[in-house]
Design a protein around this ligand. Structure first.
Ligand code: F6R
Length: 246
């Protein structure tokens, strides 16, 4: 894995936004995989700024979000669709028909997962998958466990994951849906390039285990070790438990 360290999250977000703008110039019809969460917020705002300065053109790009809560409609204020509208989609010139987010309000969730996989394949696969990481090592909503699912699937969220998403639901973890839909490990690992971003001390332990520990379903992000084109972009705090960061 290539590891790049940054002084702080602002510098990291600026560098990655420039990298994505360059990728858009090189391949205007690029297919991007996108995370939500606190970590990419600054990146999305930087992309909005680059777009406003005519330095990032999304008009021919396609996006696929990693995951979505189950049992709430896309327009729910806590949905990841709403999050993405606020932080990215409303700030850049993506064509609405090329924005893809799993529909958490779908009548048939299993069918929705199959539709999503087919849509990714139909778009030619993901060129650049951006990822965050949960403190427990999850990527997307692929939670640690005895086994992991390959393809887009329905998941039961861990209590810790529901707690860390409480802010989207008025601060109340009990209001966070118990289930979600998520791209699977194979969906993620089929991306041609993967960039995982992590900032802050709370991510240091899982980053250390992901990079230097064994590949195990107990640490889903450890599977990134088998991918040939993965870059980790970390601030110094998140790299604190890596041999390279000490
Ligand atoms: C969300 C997602 C999650 C987050 C992870 C980290 O779409 O894919 O895996 O990346 O939970 O979240 P933050 O950035 O809030 O620490």
């Amino acid at each position: 894995m290539k590891i790049t360290l940054f002084r702080d999250e602002r510098v990291l977000a600026k560098a990655l936004a420039k990298d994505i703008a360059a990728a858009l110039r090189e391949k205007p019809d690029i297919v991007l995989g996108l995370p939500t969460g606190r970590t990419p917020v600054r990146l999305y705002h930087e992309l909005g700024t680059l777009h406003a300065h005519h330095e990032a053109d999304f008009s021919r790009a396609t996006t696929f979000n990693l995951d979505e809560f189950l049992g709430i409609p896309p327009e729910h204020p806590g949905s990841y669709r709403t999050f993405m509208e606020r932080h990215l989609f409303s700030r850049v010139n993506l064509a609405p028909e090329r924005i893809n987010v799993l529909n958490g309000g779908a009548a048939n969730p299993d069918e929705e997962c199959r539709r999503y996989e087919a849509a990714i394949e139909g778009a030619g696969g993901i060129d650049l998958q951006l990822l965050g990481i949960g403190t427990n090592g999850h990527i997307g909503f692929n939670e640690p466990g005895r086994e992991l699912a390959a393809r887009t699937h329905r998941v039961t969220l861990r209590a810790s994951t529901r707690r860390s998403n409480a802010a989207l639901f008025g601060g109340d973890p009990a209001s966070v849906p118990r289930e979600a839909l998520s791209m699977g490990m194979s969906t993620i690992l089929h991306a041609r390039r993967i960039v995982l971003i992590a900032t802050g001390k709370s991510k240091a332990r899982c980053i250390g285990r992901m990079v230097e520990g064994p590949i195990t379903t107990r640490m889903p992000a450890s599977f990134l070790q088998v991918h040939a084109n993965v870059e980790l972009m970390l601030d110094d705090a998140a790299a604190g438990e890596l041999a390279v960061g000490s």
